[in-house]
Design a protein around this ligand. Structure first.
Ligand SMILES: [Fe+2]
Ligand SMILES: [Fe+2]
Length: 197
């Protein structure tokens, strides 16, 4: 589907205004004080925090390499399993959202349906970013046998893709939370995940 221009991931500053009525009722600073935060909502938030943390680790790891705090082989040994873990988990998380949670949530609150369409479109954009990330990471790892110049060039290319991906991911995670957490607080876990006739 074609998403409106203001919904594009790297160009938007948050959810569109017409999808913010529920988060205005349940602002982020009050989430942890709400009884319905325990369960699905906090599970969601902690999963997102894990992605933020892993993303930050990859970014700081590549900084360590570029500033010579890690040798190229040490960096590659450290980096490859973490990148795979990050990419694999993120992909799995998006699948569960797209096929399980988003349809149930959109059905529970049709006025937020367009929000779930935006989030679904984000997943495709992020997935393309993940693929470019894996390609540039593998290209970098292949240069470890080559000259230092080539290694640096490939590391720069990876770092650019990585920072683009992390920026997209941060925007997506925050907007997804703004759409979903207020809905969970408003309805409670049981109404959302068990009410599928
Ligand atoms: Fe998502
Ligand atoms: Fe998510």
């Amino acid at each position: 589907m074609t998403a409106p221009a203001n919904s594009l991931l790297l160009e938007r500053a948050g959810l569109p205004d017409d999808l913010r009525w529920l988060v205005q009722k349940y602002p982020r600073e009050n989430w942890q004080g709400h009884a319905n935060i325990h369960g699905l909502a906090n599970m969601w938030l902690s999963r997102h925090d894990m992605f933020r943390e892993l993303g930050g680790m990859l970014t700081s790891g590549i900084g360590d390499y570029r500033e010579d705090r890690l040798t190229a082989p040490d960096f590659a040994r450290w980096f490859a399993p973490r990148l795979n873990h990050f990419l694999g988990n993120l992909d799995g998380h998006h699948n569960v959202e797209d096929y399980q949670y988003f349809p149930a949530f959109a059905k529970a609150e049709p006025r937020l349906k367009r929000g779930f369409e935006i989030l679904d479109a984000d997943h495709h954009t992020i997935h393309e970013g993940l693929e470019r990330n894996a390609e540039t990471a593998n290209a970098f790892i292949r240069t470890l046998e080559e000259t230092e110049d080539r290694q640096r060039f490939a590391a720069d290319a990876y770092a650019n893709e990585n920072s683009r991906l992390i920026a997209m991911l941060k925007r997506h995670l925050a907007d997804e939370e703004d759409l979903i957490i207020p809905l969970i607080l408003d309805r409670g876990d049981r109404a959302l995940v068990e009410d599928d006739d």
